[in-house]
Design a binder for this molecule. Structure first.
Ligand code: SF4
Length: 354
């Protein structure tokens, strides 16, 4: 390879996730059992091709495995410089491992995001794990006790948006704004429908429409607009599929997903994907057991995956025509809608329908 990439972020799904969320865009493959040596070897293969390189030991649940501290230190050795800990934590761990929150504090974490879907039964169901809701509540208390601000995100569809008053009730009854203010900060929260790929694409049938937005309580609406710096909820939830269909049905453009600072995902079976949409076979760039990192990066650069080929060769209007629904009132951000259509097109193509 002649030129190095400006930067590569390499995220390895070493251990998977304790949850099986119904909205999960990275999906539900079985949890892996990769070793420290595996991570070291994978990182070493990619490092020569980036002027700046960072490796992550997860792309599903961070800090899921007991050796999370060791992995953090290892990442420092394998990367040029590591990013401060994301505002994403392991709820599973924080309620089981009293050392974990102390470690997060020692890293300077000031805010952590937690995901609700409504009340207890619905949150457990959507998270795919009984007891998840109670653990999230416990996690909120632990975070506040340790002066880390919780940020609650709520993913909504038609079948759970009616439960938002329960989230509002929780915020008020638990005095979350006041408890955060007591140590000098601000409680934050937002409501969103998420993207529409992988598991979330199965929820297309219950995706929210314009009339659902009035079910968002004013308090949560205010938090949401503030979080997204939006004037109104439509800036957050996007346009109807019908509007997007009408706009894009005349768009003959094609596209490239290649950038100079790619984020790559490596799954537990050593398949490599660009972090654009779901890590599924039609996005796969190759398998490290069969191809070198250089070959995989060449596949990325030349857009060899099925999805990259589709986007590069098929005009967007044709993808919209084949896979869009001109009568649908479901709400999408424009890029999420294009990703949803490209994925749908690829699914049809790889299953022989197109
Ligand atoms: S959304 Fe996150 S927590 Fe839920 S299953 Fe996916 S990776 Fe795990």
């Amino acid at each position: 390879m002649e030129d190095k990439f400006k930067r590569i972020d390499l995220c390895v799904d070493m251990y998977g996730c304790p949850n099986r969320c119904r909205h999960c865009w990275v999906g539900h493959p079985q949890n892996g059992h990769m070793t420290v040596n595996d991570l070291t070897e994978i990182a070493a293969q990619f490092r020569p091709y980036a002027r700046e390189f960072e490796v992550f030991d997860w792309y599903r649940e961070p800090d899921f495995k007991d050796n999370y501290k060791e992995l953090w230190e290892l990442r420092k050795q394998l990367s040029d410089k590591i990013t401060p800990h994301f505002e994403l934590i392991s709820v599973w761990r924080i309620v089981r491992d009293s050392e974990y929150v102390k470690w997060l504090v020692s890293l300077g974490l000031s805010k952590a995001q937690l995901t609700l879907f409504g009340g207890e039964t619905t949150t457990d169901d959507y998270t795919g794990r009984k007891g998840a809701y109670r653990e999230i509540l416990q996690a909120i208390d632990i975070l506040i006790e340790n002066k880390i601000f919780p940020r609650i995100q709520v993913f909504v569809n038609k079948d759970n948006i009616g439960e938002l008053p329960l989230v509002e009730k929780l915020i008020l009854e638990e005095h979350l704004p006041e408890r955060c203010a007591a140590f000098g900060g601000e409680f934050t929260c937002f409501v969103h429908q998420g993207s529409c790929d992988r598991e979330n694409a199965k929820l297309y049938g219950v995706r929210v429409t314009q009339d659902d937005l009035q079910k968002i309580p004013p308090l949560l609406s205010d938090y949401t607009r503030k979080h997204f710096h939006a004037m109104n909820l439509n800036e957050v939830f996007g346009q109807t599929e019908r509007e997007l269909y009408q706009k894009l049905i005349t768009d003959a453009s094609t596209g490239s997903y290649v950038v100079d600072s790619p984020v790559l995902y490596v799954d537990h079976a050593y398949n490599v994907y660009p972090n654009i949409s779901a890590p599924v076979p039609y996005w796969c760039l190759g398998n490290l057991k069969e191809s070198s990192a250089e070959e995989i990066l060449q596949n990325y650069l030349s857009g060899k995956s099925v999805a990259q080929t589709v986007r590069r060769e098929i005009p967007l209007c044709e993808i919209v025509k084949q896979c869009g629904d001109p009568s649908s009132l479901r709400l999408f951000g424009e890029q999420d809608y294009i990703d949803y259509l490209v994925n749908k097109y690829c699914e049809r193509k790889t299953s022989g329908v197109l």
